[in-house]
Design a protein around this ligand. Structure first.
Ligand code: AMP
Ligand code: ZN
Length: 520
């Protein structure tokens, strides 16, 4: 089935066809965090959504280049730097570090590139110069530069592509210098903001004098520099549709960067908000929880990730602690089913409670999961691995749901239906070790998209901000493979896995209770 997305640009569900003529690679940009404070879990709903989209596009076989910027200079940050009497780098560095700790605790794959606005000033200035040269931007008397909506429209371009704007009713104001404004205050917006006393040391030289970039131009410059003038997917929360993304289109297309007939972005995907009692979770309303708040209450990253991934991305939903409790219960059901499957298959994760595998070459039975069902050395036709490609039912039904505009709630429905069915079969001893292995392989395949970290391994994690949930699933899977190799006395393979983990920044400690992973 083809993958389909709801494209905010066309206001319809469309089949996803990448721009790459070879049909192989996909460029994905998601507006990243503004590092002025700890991110709240509403922010993380959007980042987990982007992680899900990236993982699913990879699952479908495309190679994704995922870019997420770090907004490290804008109005709010400058105010905080001033209030805290500190420097920009010191202030934003602290919150950026916290952001990425939380990001990983939630099981998100690191984007391939995480550009910082402050490292792109040269490219930002060059883009503004282009807009000025094309007559769609102008310098104001104070040395600020504004985007001219009237000039852009009179050049035949449409301002209001993501959001229908009725220029008959709206009376565009003269200029708006704040980065954030509502559509009622539509006006020429700032590309470059002339230095004022309150900016302190936060300024750069430019052809228009000292100053700093506006927020919207930062994303246009970073995304087009890295992914090219036209790329496939641009994501963010729904509050970014206007003005941020509308302004990004105006800037990027107004500069005429694209080949004729090409748009700045082909598919725009926007995630609905996480709410608290019907209102957007936000810093300004004070109704927010950070990840750290929830960890302090005893929840962990995998439970919070699960909760954020229960509703379809275009549906807003209310965050409640009861909801988190429900996530815990649901994951416990899943974990129990997986643990029993491992017992039947003759493998357990982490190695400390491994039962002797019942089949021909001992614990090597566990390798069917490691190899994802591919044949491996020493495999015989009697080996469970020989028939243990992922059991197709779950994977197919999961993919069918996800193809429909990433219908994750339906996909979870399929997962739990499978849990029910698997439990029923196991209760009547109707699952053979090869079948259990195949079911586990199916779960692994599905979980390459869901990104739910393994339960038992996560309890062994140490040395992380969230000691229970910061092991990425790839790392957990490597440890799993290493433990199985040791059981099979394949020490060469076990050492290779240990080295691989080391390269990725993790070390293994063997304790009487099992293997323990530590960050190096
Ligand atoms: P910021 O750090 O404020 O630039 O926001 C980062 C991302 O979080 C943006 O994509 C926002 O759209 C998104 N966001 C902010 N609040 C929420 C919320 N309550 N629910 C979902 N996403 C949100
Ligand atoms: Zn952005």
């Amino acid at each position: 089935m083809p993958l389909k997305f709801f494209n905010t640009l066309s206001r319809s569900v469309q089949e996803f066809v990448p721009l790459d003529p070879a049909g192989k690679s996909v460029g994905l940009y998601c507006c990243g965090p503004t590092v002025h404070d700890f991110a709240h879990i509403g922010n993380f709903r959007t980042f987990v959504f982007a992680d899900l989209a990236r993982r699913y596009i990879e699952f479908k076989g495309w190679s994704v280049r995922h870019v997420m910027n770090v907004t490290d200079v804008e109005d709010k940050i400058i105010k905080r730097v001033r209030d805290n009497k500190t420097t920009l780098a010191e202030y934003t560095g602290r919150f950026e570090k916290a952001f990425f700790e939380d990001f990983q605790a939630l099981g998100c794959l690191l984007p391939h590139q995480t550009p910082h606005a402050t490292a792109f000033i040269e490219q930002i200035v060059a883009l503004i110069e282009k807009l000025v040269a094309r007559g769609v931007a102008y310098a104001a008397p104070d040395g600020s530069v504004y985007f001219s909506i009237a000039q852009y429209r009179s050049a035949g371009c449409c301002y209001g592509q993501l959001l229908n704007l009725n220029f008959e009713e709206l009376r565009p104001g003269e200029r708006v210098s704040n980065d954030e404004y509502a559509k009622e205050s539509i006006a020429d917006f700032a590309l470059w903001k002339a230095r004022v006393r309150e900016d302190g040391d936060v300024f750069w030289p430019s052809p228009w004098g000292q100053g700093r970039p506006g927020w919207h131009i930062e994303c246009s410059a970073m995304s087009t520099q890295i992914l090219g003038p036209s790329f496939d997917i641009h994501m963010g929360g729904e509050d970014l549709i206007f003005p941020h993304h509308e302004d990004e289109i105006a800037q990027s297309e107004g500069a005429g960067l694209q080949e004729s007939g090409h748009r700045f972005v082909k598919y725009w995907l926007h995630g609905a908000h996480l709410l608290v009692e019907g209102k957007k979770m936000s810093k300004s309303l004070g109704n927010f929880f950070t990840l750290r708040d929830l960890l302090a209450k005893g929840y962990n990253g995998r439970e919070i990730r699960y909760l954020l991934l229960t509703a379809h991305y275009r549906e807003s939903f209310n965050f409640t602690l009861e909801g988190l409790q429900g996530a815990r219960t649901a994951l416990a059901r899943l974990d129990e089913c997986l643990a029993r499957l491992r017992e039947v298959a003759g493998t357990t994760v982490g190695g400390d409670t491994l039962k002797s595998p019942p089949m021909i070459h001992g614990a090597r039975g566990s390798e069917n999961r490691q190899t994802g069902g591919l044949p491996h050395e020493g495999m015989t036709s009697q080996c469970p691995c020989a028939v243990a490609g992922p059991e197709p039912g779950l994977v197919e039904r999961f993919a069918e749901s996800m193809d429909e505009d990433l219908n994750i709630s339906k996909a979870w429905g399929e997962v739990f239906e499978w849990v029910r069915e698997t439990n029923r079969l196991m209760a009547s001893n109707a699952v053979t070790p090869p079948q259990a292995a195949a079911r586990l392989a199916a779960w692994e395949r599905v979980n390459s998209v869901l990104g739910i970290q393994p339960a038992r391994l996560t309890t062994l994690a140490t040395g992380t901000a969230d000691g229970t949930a910061a092991i990425p699933s790839e790392i957990a899977s490597l440890l799993d493979q290493r433990q199985a190799a040791r059981k099979a006395k394949d020490f060469k393979q076990a050492d290779a896995m240990r080295d691989e983990l080391k390269k990725l920044g993790w070390t293994i400690e063997d304790t009487p209770k099992g293997a323990r992973l530590k960050r190096i």
